[in-house]
Design a protein around this ligand. Structure first.
Ligand code: SF4
Length: 256
């Protein structure tokens, strides 16, 4: 594994953020592969990450399209099948990162296997052990990571920047090429480019994560309503993405 790369200068990221705000996903991804030597797409294998993998293979040689995925131990079998299908289709390296077994054993000995149903705090602990900690390890030596976040996915994602410093992972660049796209635009891309699609969408799922924490949604429900659906009033986030809610004007701005 290469040594940890120096994070980019925050002022550069602020400038680039402004420059790329109106850019199309391919242009944003193209900038990322030109600017950084070590780029990783962090994929959940929902529609967005499949679109990004397809786009990346149009911009960079397959060996540079490094994909990281987090196998929490609770993924539905359909996700594992799609990972195999994407490997076969694109011939890109997909590294599967798993949680530290000792940390999982400790957590489950203390709180039980289904701790995520007991309280929000324990659900967050499970996400921390099974997702955040493996991601931090997976990103060692990476200069920039790509995420499929879109602003209209959730109130907590309204102001997601195109590029930001990921302070939870040493200040490396975190890039969201699809921020301005809608779900319909992503779907149209998959259709147009014949990109494989997660089978659970055909069963009413509109957001897909770990099996025990995800259910299909009903017509009219928020697309992320099926994630941790028993929690009330909590942001539908697992901790990989800090909230970027719509910025409220400061009192002075409101008064002006
Ligand atoms: S989504 Fe559920 S099972 Fe998956 S890591 Fe978070 S709490 Fe644990």
């Amino acid at each position: 594994m290469p040594p940890t790369a120096a994070p980019p200068d925050p002022t550069e990221l602020t400038r680039i953020q402004a420059e790329l705000e109106g850019a199309e996903p391919l242009a944003i991804l193209g900038w990322a592969y030109e600017r950084f030597g070590s780029v990783a797409i962090v994929a959940s294998f929902q529609a967005e990450s499949c679109a990004l993998i397809d786009m990346a293979t149009r911009l960079a040689p397959a060996e540079r399209v490094r994909v990281i995925t987090l196998d929490t131990g609770w993924l539905p079998p359909e996700t594992h099948a799609l990972i195999a299908r994407m490997r076969e289709r694109y011939h890109v390296p997909i590294a599967v990162w798993r949680p530290d077994p000792a940390a999982v054993d400790r957590m489950e000995a203390d709180h039980g296997r289904a701790l995520f149903r007991r309280s929000v705090a324990l659900r967050r602990l499970c996400c921390e052990v099974r997702k955040q900690a493996p991601l931090a390890r997976a990103l060692q030596g990476t200069e920039a990571w790509i995420t499929g976040l879109r602003r209209d996915q959730a109130p907590s994602r309204c102001d997601t920047p195109v590029v930001e410093a990921d302070l939870a992972n040493g200040g490396i660049a975190k890039i969201a090429p699809l921020v301005r796209w809608t779900a319909a635009q992503v779907d149209a891309y998959l259709e147009r480019c014949d990109v494989p699609r997660h089978p659970l969408y055909a069963h009413g799922y509109t957001s897909i994560g770990c099996a025990p924490c995800t259910r299909a949604t009903r017509p009219g429900e928020d697309p992320r309503a099926g994630r941790w659906w028993w929690e009330v009033g909590e942001p539908k986030e697992c901790g990989l993405h800090p909230s970027h809610p719509a910025r409220r004007p400061a009192a002075a701005e409101t008064a002006a």
